[in-house]
Write a protein that binds this ligand. Sequence first.
Ligand code: PLP
Length: 346
Amino acid sequence: MKPLEQLVRPNIWRLAPYSSARNEYSGRTARVFLDANENPYNAPFNRYPDPLQLEVKQRLSRVKGVSPEQIFLGNGSDEAIDLPYRCFCEPGKDNVVAIEPTYGMYKVCADINNVEYRPVLLDQNYQIEAARLLEACDANTKIIWICSPNNPTGNSIRREEIVSTIEQFQGLVIVDEAYIDFSSQKSLRAELGKYPNLIVLNTFSKAWGCAAIRLGMAFASKEIINIYNKVKYPYNVNQLTQQQALEALSDPYEVDRWVRMLLQERSRMIEAFKMLPICEKVYPTDANFFLCKMNNAQQTYDYLVDQGIIVRNRTRVQLCGNCLRVTIGTKTENNELLAALRCFRG
Ligand SMILES: *Cc1c(COP(=O)(O)O)cnc(C)c1O
């Protein structure tokens, strides 16, 4: 890995961050707080939240096996996807490399930040070799994006290729593991000590069932997290979100129960789809959704919409012609989908 100073944008490296009242005095022992121009009435909403969300990070640290200083929390993974552009990529000069097809936000954030986005097409099995990602890089490539399990294909990218990319690339490799809790693969979080150029993303939106609270996580070296903390909005995670996260973290076994139910339903749905005459193929998945090739994805999609059932039409995505992406719901929801499809002749 290049020295961090060469990867960070010069203006960000030099940046003196905003110092909020809660940064300057973060102790808990004081009795009277007259430092932040807050209204003394309307508790508990009147006080600014902890800018570094230390209580949430301490609890999360135990669940994720990563120390609190190596955790960044953001307004959804969206913030954890946008921040690396703002921290590392000089607009109009630097570029990033990503697998294709993948989650759309990496490219949207590249476009917003005026950073060149270089997609590298997956093979027919939706896999990639490290060498092909590295070939797409040049001296101005700051980030390689790998989503695993990948959205919308559902499969995990082979670990040897991810590790080989991390080991050979001089910039940062961001592995988005939004769906890792549904996967039999091990998280790369455990490898953070070995790879200073690795950033791993997780989210509360999927297995944790908290998409509404908007809480995303990035795990990386202390040095990278410090740069994120300098650039993020001072109070980027609001108090209600922090409270709800603590509530969710107080019962992580609930998440395990949900995941087990969803994985059972996933197997059942995949078997049922394979039996449908209008379904050509179901792709292997490590996520809480599966991708399937239909005889006519658009027609099937439109029919389902008429029935009040919404799946994701991915037919216009590269390598996903005639494909639908189906999220695993409750048993009742899944049965409704199956019943509708069994009545549809196309
Ligand atoms: C759903 C999803 C996320 C989660 O995004 P949030 O902003 O945390 O809700 C992140 N990455 C991928 C690949 C996803 O599919």
